[in-house]
Design a protein around this ligand. Structure first.
Ligand code: ATP
Ligand code: MG
Length: 561
């Protein structure tokens, strides 16, 4: 990843790797992987894992694999595989030629299962799923042994082979590891390792009707790929003894598993099941709805890979679960966009202004700096004329004392152009101001102070004849509560009804006709925006507000000092 990004501090994972390198545990080799299940789109939580695994591989000159853990044929689809690859590439992580699928290992995994049977360490069980659950016991009560637990090796081999041949219906039998029904760890109470599922798999088609369980597949896939540090989230800590058991019983290469806390963010949900529900029930327009915490949604909203990577680094890795304030993510985004966004002018809710003493029919070009943070981005010319539009909010007929924008008799600066003073207003039948009349001071061209007189307000504007109409979509948090996933109630009742506000009839300066998705803009005083990759067309431009300008994270930090 780019070198101008903050270097990760030495966290507990890197400490472990350093120690392993010192002792030569893996011969100094570092091999990581990102193992998504292709049953949904990637979200911001996954990016933490990707940045961590890929970042470590880069830092230690090791390798990074992308492996799809595709063991559940009924929930997995090619669409998800494609989107996951696209999102990881966009983020900037590179698996080079190491793209793997657990389904590529099905034959090998089957052999491993046969080996366990031959060792007397696995058996075919005919209990129904309900009975298995009942026999498992609880956290306080030990489980009971299955009546099928002591089948002979020969019988088990025969039944397992016939399971594979498709002789038995779904759910009628499973292959279970023979471990310990009294273990304090429920994962060790003879877990299922193969189940019957007559379903087409997105890659192996109809070849298999038995599928290995996730726990069996995951640790053995890491072993097959000779992963050195198998980094996963905390909920797998309790599965580690089971993974150790599989690897040791089979006597195969043993990666070191390290657990870290998953990322949670305020005002959103991160469970794929819930995200899928939002999509399927139409609460959002799709996986890439700009309000979604998915990588596709963030990209469409105007997030940059740099901002997300920087966020992942700043959040760091911890051993305890916590929830990160979404304001920190937005802060990282603003920091990045501030450096790269072209400053332009667009009026969201237009109010017509006529400059009475400006020559009729005259159009002049005023010069505007593209980005004060980066002189290399140059300048451009913007048309100015007698009739312009300003923001409705920037005018008040009867303003309070602290209002420094336009009002009768008041003078303001038009950014890049002139000073204007409000002379008069025109109202419609119901008394609303529909047009403001002003005079301008020709000596104030460029927005500088002609005679040192003070003008407090600076307004953005567009020239009426050259402005282009655009649709603008403003976003707010998807949920009204900080922790919509927490209280166990229906998270959908906490959806924010105002998470999307569509403004039509907005007007933008002509240069925005060139806007393409992926290119960031700052609309002066309104925030960062980008053309919408889904709906924006040359004859109907649509802009998403990526994030407003006001940085609540910076404010929180300041208050804390
Ligand atoms: P599922 O409930 O479907 O298993 P998942 O979010 O765990 O959902 P996976 O596809 O299994 O999805 O995740 C791939 C990898 O991303 C895993 O290694 C997982 O630990 C990691 N991951 C998932 N969610 C987060 C998160 N919120 N923060 C950090 N890592 C995550
Ligand atoms: Mg998972």
């Amino acid at each position: 990843m780019a070198t101008n990004e903050p270097t990760p501090t030495i966290d507990f994972i890197r400490e472990i790797i350093n120690r392993d390198n010192e002792t030569g545990k893996y011969g100094g080799r570092v091999a990581t992987r990102f193992p998504p299940e292709p049953n949904g789109y990637l979200h911001i939580g996954h990016t933490k894992s990707i940045c961590l695994n890929y970042g470590i591989a880069c830092q230690y000159h090791g390798t990074f694999n992308l492996r799809f853990d595709d063991t559940n044929p009924s929930k997995e689809e090619q669409e998800y595989v494609d989107s996951i690859k696209e999102d990881i590439r966009w983020l900037g992580a590179d698996w080079e030629d190491r793209l793997y699928f657990a389904s590529d290992y099905f034959e090998q995994l089957y052999d491993y299962a046969v080996q366990l049977i031959k060792k007397g360490k696995a058996y075919v069980c005919d209990l129904s799923p309900d009975e298995i659950r009942e026999y498992r016991g609880t956290l306080t009560e030990p489980g009971r042994e299955s009546p099928y637990r002591n089948r002979s090796i020969e019988e088990n081999l025969d039944l397992f082979e016939r399971m594979r041949q498709g002789e038995f219906p779904d759910g009628s039998r499973v292959l279970r590891a023979k471990i310990d029904m009294a273990s304090g760890n429920l994962n060790m109470r003879d877990p299922a390792i193969y189940r019957i599922k007559h379903a087409e798999h997105h890659r192996t088609g109809g070849k298999w009707c038995i599928y290995p369980m996730y726990d069996f597949t995951h640790c053995l896939s890491d072993s097959i790929e000779r992963i050195t540090h198998s980094i996963c989230t905390l909920e797998f800590e309790d599965h580690r003894p089971l993974y150790d058991w599989f690897l040791d019983e089979l006597g195969v290469y043993h990666p070191r598993q390290i657990e870290f806390a998953r990322l949670n963010l305020t005002y959103t949900v991160m469970s794929k099941r819930k995200l899928l529900q939002l999509v399927q029930e139409g609460h959002v327009s799709g996986w890439d709805d700009p309000r979604m915490p998915t990588v596709a949604g963030l990209r469409r909203r105007g997030y940059t890979p740099e901002a997300i990577r920087n966020f992942a680094t700043r959040v760091g890795v911890a051993k305890r679960d916590s929830t990160v304030d979404i304001a920190l993510l937005e802060h990282c985004l603003r920091e990045d966009l501030n450096l790269r966004a072209t400053r332009v002018m667009a009026v969201l809710r237009p109010l017509k202004v006529v400059i009475d003493n400006y020559p009729d029919g005259q159009i002049e070009q005023v010069e505007a700096v593209n980005n004060p943070e980066d002189p290399g981005m140059g300048t451009r010319m913007i048309p100015f004329s007698k009739t312009i539009y300003i923001e409705q909010d920037d005018f008040m007929e009867d303003p309070p004392k602290k209002f420094f924008r336009l009002a009768p008799g008041r003078e303001v600066r038009l950014k890049h152009a002139y000073y204007i003073t409000c002379a008069d207003v025109v109202k419609d039948a119901s008394g609303n101001v529909v047009e403001v009349h002003c005079t301008y001071d020709p000596a104030s061209r460029g927005g500088g102070t002609p005679d040192g007189r003070e003008v407090k307000g600076t307004l953005h504007w567009v020239s009426a004849a050259q402005a282009i109409p655009v649709e603008i979509r403003l976003y707010d948090h998807l949920f009204t509560k900080e922790d919509p996933g927490e209280d166990g109630g229906d998270f959908r009742t906490l959806l924010n009804p105002h998470s999307l506000e569509v403004l039509t009839g907005c007007l933008a300066e002509p240069s925005l006709a060139e806007a393409r998705p992926g290119r960031p803009y700052q609309f002066l005083r309104q925030g960062y925006f980008c053309a919408d990759s889904g709906d924006s067309r040359p004859d109907h431009l649509v802009f998403n507000r990526t994030v407003p300008l006001r940085d609540s994270w910076a404010k929180i930090q300041k208050a804390a000092k």
